[in-house]
Design a binder for this molecule. Structure first.
Ligand code: ATP
Length: 458
């Protein structure tokens, strides 16, 4: 990390100052673990989701999207196992009354050398006791035993108290894909192997040590389930590991900042599981997961719903419940990785420091900023702005010196600044400045459109 300028404090401050991300409900003193995306941030996040969808749905020969309801029949969560076993091991500090995850305490203390996923609650308590791990908030050593709380947010439906019925805000999007397996297969006339993808909100009542948008109680997931025949699952699992990694590398991530982390402890139904970890400002952490979930999910839903979820192979009439290779990534957690990776402080020849976000142009909020050199060139600049807005997300700035305006765009990662000057009135050309190299070239309107089309593709 020594060579990277990024810290969490700098990112949070930049995001707030530049309209990327604000603290949730800020004027009421905030609301823990919630964040609101601002005008620049919402564009970046939408671009991340678009790039993911393009790669895993639009460009795939056999993957289809759904947008399932957040509120699902409660039986779904019984079938998935969430009502009984979706919990974290938590301990309260009796002195300062803060609540902590025992597994996180061990992970932080051992600097990742010990994997708490393989430990029982008793083993974790013993480790914390033996190593005298203090409360990270107040420094005391006075813990309750580990207790487990379900992470799902509960709510109720119905208009009268009598008819109240407990339902849950979904803690993951995956179940919306599983319950629609046959609907999608039939209507898309899909043949196994095929995929179902979804991007949407999920909710978990998690406690976090406050790593910005890394872990929040409301977040967006981008999930892709690949349904395949048993026997082909291992090859597809490896294929999805590679696809997930290539997606990140193509977004501009340094390979040195990414690594696979295979799970030692697998869920009883899983055949294989791994994460891709990213070197965040606070250290290596899970960015996404890839799991070989066998036929567990569809079998459970078949059992609990009483409806057959068997696939019939049209070639030979063979009937079977497909295996699932799940690839799941949080849009907000990826956003934090994208922000961390893009952040740079560059020392210029004149001694000044330039803050610049090196986003892939496809991810940048604005592909270009139109800047009239002087205010009286504004009508000409706006003429081009109107034309460009129909094709790309672009912004406009006429306030302050051109140098200051360049800096503002660098800070939000706009890849190209297009300056309209007096020569534009003569020959129609404009200056196009590259954010990363700061080099400039003169291009006509048509050339700029072709240039941006090429550079901003993903
Ligand atoms: P973790 O171990 O970090 O809690 P997990 O293994 O529970 O994550 P999954 O249930 O596999 O995560 O969820 C898939 C992905 O969803 C994660 O890799 C992460 O990118 C994202 N994600 C999960 N929980 C959160 C959260 N509370 N806030 C933001 N993103 C999350």
């Amino acid at each position: 990390m020594a060579d990277r300028a990024v810290t969490m404090e700098k990112l949070v401050a930049l995001c707030k100052a530049r309209g990327i991300i604000f603290p949730g409900s800020e004027i009421y003193g905030g609301m823990g673990n919630t964040w609101d995306y601002g005008p620049v941030g919402v564009e970046i996040k939408n671009n991340i989701k678009r790039a993911w969808w393009k790669r895993f749905v639009s460009e795939s020969d056999n993957s289809y999207g759904v947008d399932a309801a957040i509120l699902m029949n409660s039986r779904v969560w019984e079938a998935s196992g969430h009502t009984t076993s979706f919990s974290d091991p938590k301990m309260d500090c009796k002195k300062c009354k803060t609540r902590h995850r025992a597994d996180n305490l061990i992970e932080a203390y051992s600097k990742g050398a010990v994997n708490p996923d393989t430990m029982s609650n008793e083993e974790m308590e013993k480790y914390i006791e033996e190593h005298h791990i203090n409360c990270p908030n107040c420094g005391n050593f006075d813990w309750t035993n580990i207790r487990t709380f379900n992470l799902m947010f509960e709510t109720s439906r119905g208009v009268t108290d009598e008819s109240q019925n407990k339902i849950y805000l979904r803690p993951e999007t995956a179940q919306g894909e599983f319950v629609n397996f046959l609907n999608v297969q039939r209507t898309a006339r899909a043949k196994v192997p095929f995929g179902i993808a979804q991007v949407g909100k999920a909710f978990r009542n998690e406690i976090t040590p406050g790593n910005f948008i890394f872990r929040t109680i409301e977040f967006e997931q981008m999930e892709h389930q690949w349904f395949c025949k048993e026997g082909t699952d291992e090859a597809f699992y490896n294929e999805y590991k590679e696809k997930a990694m290539s997606f990140l590398v193509d977004l501009g991530f340094d390979k040195e900042h990414l690594r696979f982390h295979d799970h030692d402890k697998l869920a009883h139904y899983a055949r294989a599981a791994c994460d891709i970890q990213y070197l965040y400002p606070m250290g290596w952490q899970e960015l996404n997961g890839i799991h070989n979930r066998t036929d567990y999910d569809l079998s459970r839903h078949q059992e609990f719903s009483g409806k057959t979820l068997t696939y019939v192979d049209p070639m030979n009439g063979e009937r079977y419940i497909p295996y699932v290779i799940e690839y799941s990534i949080g849009a907000d957690r990826l956003m934090l990785a994208v922000l961390s990776e893009a952040y740079d402080e560059e020392k210029l020849e004149n001694g000044e420091v330039r803050n610049v976000m090196h986003f892939h142009p496809a991810i940048a909020a604005y592909k270009a900023a139109i800047l009239p050199l002087q205010k009286n060139l504004a009508p000409k600049a706006k003429e081009f702005l109107v034309r460009l807005k129909k094709l790309f997300s672009v912004t406009y700035d006429e306030a302050g010196s051109i140098g200051k305006r360049y800096r503002r765009q660098d800070e939000i990662g706009t890849p190209y600044c297009i300056t309209v000057d007096f020569d534009t009135l003569e020959d129609g050309t404009m200056t196009v400045r590259d954010r990363d190299t700061m080099e400039q070239q003169r291009l006509t309107a048509e050339q700029i459109i072709a240039f941006l089309t090429e550079k901003c593709a993903f």
